[in-house]
Design a protein around this ligand. Structure first.
Ligand SMILES: Cc1ncc(COP(=O)(O)O)c(C=O)c1O
Length: 436
């Protein structure tokens, strides 16, 4: 690793006394009260007042009728995906998933937890390329995907870094093909989108909706997630599946496969204490985004794009993307990388190393799912159709792959809401000096 501390480009900059995080939990004190109350009243289980309060308050906040507390966003996504599979293709036998032999169209630039449940249910994810306006699923590529795979009836869509995707267009394509939508709002709790002229919270935009309270999210319980829906039947089913699928019998009686996915009342206590601070956290994250945007003026970089007309993001993570002509050479292997320092240019790996040397945490853009070794054999659809094998020995191919391009040129910046303005100014200065 390069010695940034003694590099003359960074003269006068000292490492932070305490590490500046990408996005860490921010406790306020109320969390302790609800956790203590659960312990004092002996509700140390997967039932209790904290779970009830979290479900009620979050359903109200997001604007859905029902919320079901689960152990993680991943658990919510699994049961949402399974519900969709069962509605589309019927109940599966115990050693078969509900999506066996079926393809599902999935966001490509997202965390793998969004789309792994398709594999849990024995389905095959087909990855849909990303658009440049919000860095989410491209509705044009989605339409292409239906031309290639007209039988598909399920779409899993995520809102990356808290910025809502083009849901109106995505829903129009889904409706035209009779497809259901699993919405992954894990990163976007509190973000809104204007759907057909009406402002709707993310987490209320799909047929099955999920959020996460993982430790890095905008509010957290250390873990936890919610399944959100307007359907009582779906909410009841998820509650049943998440508590081992017990039938109404005096003994343990099972007609369906069960899961131990219910939220703990202790974790719900932490979440309950965080809910009043959600809007405050969003305000802090917005200020961070705006300070970066100002601070980078004049540099050959742009912030992660937002469709301000149709969305209000939660600004969970601030990101930048380097202009193509300011990209210094950088190559990435499966687990390592090399880059070259070039005057006036830089690369994500150089910037990430530089800020890490001064004790600030950034991260590469989430590596697209179609580039992951585990999903390398799955189809990938771009605005031009099939995104795999586009060249031959004589033709270079057009190479449209927006996700790969954002991954190559972009990075996530320290976005912790406890970062001070002075600390952020220092991060901005380090990024500036990378381009010297
Ligand atoms: C987009 C996305 N989906 C799903 C998850 C999974 O949520 P959890 O960690 O609560 O299981 C995460 C993050 O953790 C995420 O960022």
């Amino acid at each position: 690793m390069h010695d940034f501390i003694s590099d003359p480009r960074f003269k006068g900059i000292a490492p932070f006394d305490r590490k500046v995080w990408l996005s860490s939990p921010t406790m306020h004190g109320d969390e302790q009260r609800w956790v203590d109350e659960a312990i004092q009243t002996n509700w140390v289980s997967t039932v209790g007042a904290n779970i009830d309060a979290v479900e009620k308050q979050m359903a109200e906040y997001v604007g859905v009728k029902y919320a079901v507390g689960l152990s993680a966003g991943t658990a919510a996504l699994h049961l949402a995906t399974k519900l969709a599979g069962e509605r589309l293709y019927g109940q599966a036998r115990p050693n078969h998933g509900t999506l066996e032999g079926r393809r599902v169209f999935c966001s490509d630039v997202t965390f793998d937890a969004s789309i792994n449940p398709v594999a849990y249910e024995d389905g095959e994810a087909v990855f849909i390329d990303t658009e440049r306006d919000t860095w989410n699923m491209d509705p044009v590529a989605l339409e292409r995907a239906f031309e290639l795979y007209p039988d598909v009836r399920l779409i899993v869509v995520a809102h990356l870094y808290g910025t809502p995707g083009k849901m109106e267009a995505i829903k129009r394509v889904a409706d035209a093909h009779g497809a259901l939508i699993v919405e992954d709002a894990a990163e976007s709790l509190g973000a809104k989108y204007r759907l057909n002229g009406q402002w709707v919270e993310t987490g209320a935009l799909g047929d099955y909706n999920c959020i996460s309270f993982n430790g890095n999210k905008i509010i957290t319980g250390s873990a936890g997630g919610l399944f959100l829906t307007d359907s009582k039947e779906d909410a009841d089913k998820v509650r049943k599946w998440s508590t081992q699928s017990r039938e109404a019998a005096p003994w343990y009686q099972h007609e369906e496969i069960g899961y131990n996915y219910r939220m703990s009342n202790i974790i719900a206590g932490i979440i309950r204490g965080q809910i009043p601070y959600l809007d405050e956290h969003i305000d802090q994250k917005r200020a961070i985004y705006e300070r970066y945007r100002e601070g980078f003026r004049g540099l050959p970089v742009r912030m992660n794009p937002i469709d301000f007309e149709n969305s209000v993001p939660n600004y969970w993570l601030s990101c930048l993307i380097i202009d193509e002509d300011a990209m210094a050479p950088q190559v990435r292997g499966e687990q390592d990388y090399l880059y070259q320092s070039v005057p006036g240019k830089s690369s994500p790996q150089e910037i990430l190393e530089a800020i890490a040397a001064f004790r600030a945490e950034g991260r590469p853009i989430w590596k697209p799912m179609h580039m992951q070794p585990i999903y390398r054999t799955h189809a990938f659809i771009t605005t031009e159709g099939n995104g795999r094998g586009r060249s031959n020995a004589y033709i270079a191919g057009s190479g449209v792959d927006v996700g790969a391009d954002i991954f190559r040129r972009g990075l996530c910046l320290p976005s912790d809401n406890k970062m001070t303005a002075e600390q952020q100014d220092m991060v901005i200065e380090i990024v500036r000096r990378c381009f010297r």
